[in-house]
Design a protein around this ligand. Sequence first.
Ligand SMILES: O=C(O)c1ccccc1NCC(=O)[C@H](O)[C@H](O)COP(=O)(O)O
Length: 264
Amino acid sequence: MSSEATYLDDILAAKRAELETVRPGNTSWQQLDALLAELPPCRDLWGALAGGHKPRAIAEFKRRSPSEGPLRESADPKHIASLYVAAGAAAISVLTDRHFDGSFEDLRTVRAAVSVPVLCKDFIISRSQIIRARQEGADAILLIVAALEPPMLRDLHNFATDLGLQCLVEAHDDHEVERAMAAGAKIVGLNSRNLQTFEVDLDNIIRYRPDVPREGFLYVGESGIQDRKDVRRLRAAGVDAILVGSVLMRSEDPGAKLAELIAP
Ligand SMILES: O=C(O)c1ccccc1NCC(=O)[C@H](O)[C@H](O)COP(=O)(O)O
């Protein structure tokens, strides 16, 4: 990593290089309509997160991470996803980016194994990635505010919506929350992990909660959640859902750990 670039910058540069080698030609709306007619409808992430006991959990399948290294490298996605759902996960997030040893094969396996919505967790910077995610079975995608200029964020949000996908739009501070909502986001995530230093500060999730209206929006607290105490604090702050990965994947029993975290 260069001294000024953030880790996110480096991941995005790698993503751009990767896309250069596989970029398909422009897909017409006619071709997209034909494609959509072949695909099953997306499962409803909003619906899964809006109802029931709060916070709802998006449990993440993550083999390794840049900040923590190996977590559970040879894990079976079908097994882990089934444990998550049995423990009460409202949705499953699957890393598909190679910096996490992720893949679309993992996403497809999880989608086939469970009936809850599946979030494609990647660094999306182009329409072609959104088409791919939809084809591979994603019900929802992540869009990262820091990775996209405002017009592009809005364009990708609209494009994903047109394909039937819902978007979790990730912010890191109040300015990014504002940009997320200006782009049309209804499901706003606040990532507590600083992608430059990897420092985690759950207080940021609580700090920026008032920036997202409670009516018509969902607020998701992302990253760094470790125990019931953390979840209790986020619940008290009015967080609608949590996105949690590492602590589950590292745990001897990921299902039991999730059940413990979200128990009323
Ligand atoms: O997790 C990382 O190390 C990471 C590094 C660089 C960019 C993104 C990263 N994580 C993506 C995520 O959003 C998390 O996987 C997700 O919020 C779950 O976080 P955690 O419970 O801390 O695994």
